[in-house]
Design a protein around this ligand. Structure first.
Ligand code: ADP
Length: 165
């Protein structure tokens, strides 16, 4: 059976913690869709187009991974794509309650859908898109915590006039 999983999130922006989950998830399923699940009213730093561009660059060498975006109900998107596994990453205990709620509501909305959790890689335990944005906005270096394309995008946003090598 062809197993398709969806890894949904805001990815505002994608971090090395997300990349770790994608690389490990890619080995578990025949196909993995990284889904930018967006809410048009929610304010984000990067537009959906920018987030798509960054993820596309990150997964360009991964044969069974693709990226997409959707502003609707996750289980409906999955039905359309023939996917029945939701992939999520878990960091600290603080993720657990929210993830538990999401997994339960999604299963209630469609009993065919199962959520699979991968424990974060220890290097990415404290990395979140929020903390990355905060550090970068204050001029801190985020090199090594995000893919290079994301680092460049931050430079363009915060230091648009600096010459880049
Ligand atoms: P959301 O807004 O839906 O939480 P995120 O982009 O913040 O979207 O996260 C998407 C998924 O990736 C979530 O399951 C989250 O727990 C997981 N995730 C985020 N950062 C990390 C990390 N550093 N290590 C492992 N998983 C992570």
């Amino acid at each position: 059976m062809h197993k398709i999983a969806v890894y949904p999130g805001s990815f505002d922006p994608i971090t090395n913690g997300h990349v770790d989950i994608i690389k490990r998830g890619q080995r578990m399923f025949d196909e993995l869709i990284v889904l930018i699940a967006f809410n048009p009213i929610k304010k984000t730093l990067f537009s959906v187009e920018e987030r798509l561009e960054m993820i596309r660059e990150v997964i360009k060498d991964c044969k069974n991974v693709r990226v997409d975006s959707d502003d609707g109900l996750l289980v409906e998107y999955m039905k359309r794509e023939g996917a029945n596994v939701i992939l999520r990453g878990l960091r600290a205990l603080s993720d657990f309650e929210h993830e538990f709620q999401l997994a339960l509501i999604n299963r209630r909305l469609n009993r065919e859908m199962e959520t699979v959790f991968l424990m974060t890689g220890y290097k990415w335990f404290y990395i979140s898109s929020t903390i990355i944005k905060e550090a970068a906005s204050l001029g801190g270096s985020i090199k090594g915590l995000v893919p290079e394309i994301v680092n460049q995008k931050f430079q363009e946003k915060y230091h648009p006039n600096e010459e880049r090598l």
